[in-house]
Write a protein that binds this ligand. Structure first.
Ligand SMILES: [Zn+2]
Length: 338
């Protein structure tokens, strides 16, 4: 154990608290910067537990994601607020971990985020944090913040479970009148159910035929399709969210398809790795996105989007040229050399 968040008394292993004063904290010094990041991140994580864990404690261990997923989410949020100049690097770290641990990597020990008696592993921490970031992107940072404030006010010095947490999100979602994949009132429990209670993640296949992108959700191993929000960035830097909820039946009887066709001006799919999905691209889709990226250097694509796209397509050919893309490239250079 590296640190423990007792109420009012956080205890650290000294490696998680002390920095070597002979090491400079800058990008040129990989060891010093890495040490700073680990210590600063751990301090923020334990501080977050003063609210999520101490002020509000779970009713039972099975909901341990409410402590660890929320601490994971707030750890990086607080770190980026405290060190705004490091925000891009922090975002890249989070996305890299999500990519390596949740999207790829070994899943032989995988379990749903909510379990019967609790687990303390990457699914509880990192996937827990990732579903919260995805939820925030769906309902907006403002509505998410309000939900969390209400959650804290309601359950301070008390106990809560996943249903209590979801209800608080629902209250703010209702107030904001948010809609779901059918255009009906968003039911947060229905949205979050499979993300929390079904293991694995969906696959998001992107194809490009006759000048249009299509996106398709595929699922394996007998899983039910997830209501998957897909975050898309247009060439003119506008963002959009498209739902893929295959098989979901709306009140008017419509059954939603597995594939949606996007407008041609949409160039980037799953920006900032906000959608929890394993991306697959056809060669024509890769080439279309690639072409848009290298021909439009002014596109404000984030370093996270650029890196994740590169990581997912590198196997299809030499696409290193996208790293020449505007300011993101500089941040990526720093990150890759850390
Ligand atoms: Zn923790």
């Amino acid at each position: 154990m590296f640190a423990m968040e007792n109420p009012g008394l956080i205890i650290y292993d000294q490696r998680m608290l002390l920095l070597d004063d002979k090491e400079e904290i800058n990008y040129g010094n990989k060891y010093g910067y890495g040490q700073w990041y680990k210590v600063a991140g751990t301090i923020c994580h334990e501080m977050a537990h003063q609210w999520f864990g101490n002020l509000i404690t779970n009713k039972w261990w099975g909901d341990s994601w409410l402590h660890e997923g929320l601490a994971n989410y707030f750890e990086t949020l607080a770190l980026a607020k405290a060190y705004p100049n490091e925000k891009d690097i922090i975002d890249l770290k989070v996305a890299d971990i999500t990519s390596q641990e949740i999207i790829f990597g070994d899943h032989s020990e995988e379990h749903p985020i909510v379990t019967k008696d609790g687990d303390f592993d990457k699914y509880t921490y990192n996937k827990g944090g990732a579903v919260l970031r995805q939820l925030e992107a769906v309902i907006s940072p403002k509505v998410f913040q309000k939900s969390i404030q209400n959650y804290i006010k309601t359950f301070a010095y008390s106990n809560a479970n996943t249903a209590n947490f979801i209800q608080k999100i629902q209250d703010s979602v209702d107030e904001a009148n948010l809609k779901d994949w059918c255009g009906e009132a968003l039911n947060v429990s229905k949205f979050m159910d499979l993300w929390l209670n079904q293991k694995s993640i969906p696959e998001l296949l992107t194809d490009y035929v006759n000048g249009s992108f299509s996106i398709t959700q595929k699922v394996y191993n007998g899983n039910s399709p997830w209501p998957l929000p897909v975050f898309v960035q247009y060439e003119n830097d506008k963002n959009d969210m498209v739902w893929l909820a295959p098989g979901y039946v709306c009140q008017d009887g419509r059954k939603l398809p597995a594939t949606e066709i996007l407008q041609t001006s949409q160039v980037f799919i799953n920006r900032d790795l906000l959608s929890i999905a394993r991306m697959e691209y056809s060669l024509t889709a890769v080439n279309a996105i690639y072409k848009a990226l290298i021909s439009n250097k002014n596109l404000q694509i984030s370093p996270v989007s650029l890196k994740i796209f590169h990581d997912q397509i590198w196997k299809m050919g030499d696409y290193n040229e996208i790293f020449n893309h505007q300011k993101s490239a500089g941040i990526l250079d720093v990150y890759i050399n850390l």
